[in-house]
Design a protein around this ligand. Sequence first.
Ligand code: MLT
Length: 202
Amino acid sequence: KDLGFVHRFERGENGAPTLLLLHGTGGDETDLIPLARHVTDGATILSPRGKVSENGMPRFFRRFAEGQFDLEDVAVRADELADFVAAARESYGLPAPVAVGFSNGANIAAVTMLRRAGVLAGAALLRAQPVLVPKEPVDLAGMPVLILSGDRDPIVSDYDSAGLAAVLEAAGADIRHETVSAGHSLTQTDVDLLKGWLAGLS
Ligand code: MLT
């Protein structure tokens, strides 16, 4: 069945988490699978490929330039991703997944949560920034969210990541925000923090 996105699906073990993996710009559906395998035992993995192409590089929504997002496209693409998750849950018989997103994938995860509150059971947002500030109040009461920022990230400033944390916190999410000594790329510290946070969910 066509679920609307090119994707990888790997069924895991009973009792292990179900993860929605969302790659960064220029990645694809295979990118984050080794990371997910490294930080969990037997997770079920749902991993779509972003449908927007920026000079051949897959992304989850359009931008005019770095940090200048096409907000109309963002909304449409987030809803499309939410529909994909719903279709995949039905087709594969899955619970609501926990998103693990990097960079552009983290950004679409945050927007999806803010537009469709029930779609995700939680989210690890790696190098995320605020893209869309909701106009109406959003209820994310108790939703576990991990935000990992890099203190030398040239793309996402401390101000940006703190702003995103504030938006999600205002919606009631249970936020853990850590700033690691890193740039935009992930480090071993990110991997360790992600692993610990995921272990604490179950
Ligand atoms: C974005 O466009 O979503 C962010 O700038 C992160 C990225 O470079 O993909």
